[in-house]
Design a protein around this ligand. Structure first.
Ligand SMILES: Nc1ncnc2c1ncn2[C@@H]1O[C@H](COP(=O)(O)OP(=O)(O)O)[C@@H](O)[C@H]1O
Ligand SMILES: O=P(O)(O)OC[C@H]1O[C@H](OP(=O)(O)OP(=O)(O)O)[C@H](O)[C@@H]1O
Length: 197
């Protein structure tokens, strides 16, 4: 994927960072999990996040830390990037930088709010913006079973405080058939991969 002419890019490369973003329930973790089964594991790095939320058996497999342990890990430089949302803290381990330096494509579910930071840190960033109608989001969040009641409405209504714009954005409509969206995710990842040795 091309860099953005005229815009300063971060130093970490040559591999790409694919930032999967979009509202809760849009299908980010599902698309990441399905795409993972179809792309070359040698040339990709699927990032296991650290979250201050107990593991829940939902689509995402993440590491769990207490708030105190998370703060200590952050202070010790364990995270390439971290952010807060929904009353939780989220971190990406620094190993993601090593994978990108090796030329691999890293794929992670991140907050829309961190896109400017990603662009400052990595040479090649592709932001995959997954979207679906709010009514579908609410239905899917309820069906997933991790949140209930007002937490569902709060997630659907959340404003990340950023408008996603730029020629590094790929929009994926996941309001319909999952297979169609997965195909688009796979081709987006494959477009960033270094040629096979
Ligand atoms: N295209 C789709 N059609 C139907 N259900 C879907 C589709 N994509 C995702 N889901 C379901 O919607 C729920 C939310 O998906 P998830 O991947 O957890 O979203 P996110 O990570 O964006 O919050 C999950 O139960 C998932 O199985
Ligand atoms: O700033 P936003 O773009 O709104 O994103 C806020 C957070 O929500 C998502 O995480 P989480 O796994 O808790 O939620 P989700 O999978 O239901 O989206 C996303 O990865 C961010 O960590």
């Amino acid at each position: 994927m091309a860099s953005r002419p005229g815009l300063w890019r971060g130093p970490i490369g040559p591999g790409a960072f694919i930032a999967v973003m979009g509202p809760s329930g849009s299908g980010k973790d599902t698309l990441i999990g399905e795409a993972r089964r179809r792309v070359d594991p040698e040339r990709t790095f699927f990032v296991r996040r650290i979250v201050t939320r107990p593991a829940d058996g939902a689509a995402e497999d993440h590491d769990t830390m207490s708030r105190e342990a998370f703060a200590a890990a952050d202070a010790a430089g364990a995270f390439a990037l971290c952010w807060a949302a929904h009353g939780l803290s989220y971190g990406l381990p620094v190993e993601v930088d090593d994978a990108i330096r090796q030329g691999r494509t890293a794929i992670a579910n991140v907050s829309r709010a961190v896109l400017p930071l990603l662009r400052q840190r990595y040479r090649t960033v592709v932001a995959v913006h997954v979207f679906a109608d709010p009514a579908i989001l609410a239905e899917r969040i309820a069906g997933r079973g991790r949140e209930s009641g007002e937490a569902i409405a709060a997630r659907v209504a959340r404003d990340p405080g950023i408008s996603l714009a730029g020629d590094d954005i790929v929009r994926i409509d996941n309001g319909g058939e999952l297979a169609v969206a997965v195909d688009r995710m796979v081709s987006t990842i494959e477009a960033t991969l270094a040629p096979q040795p």
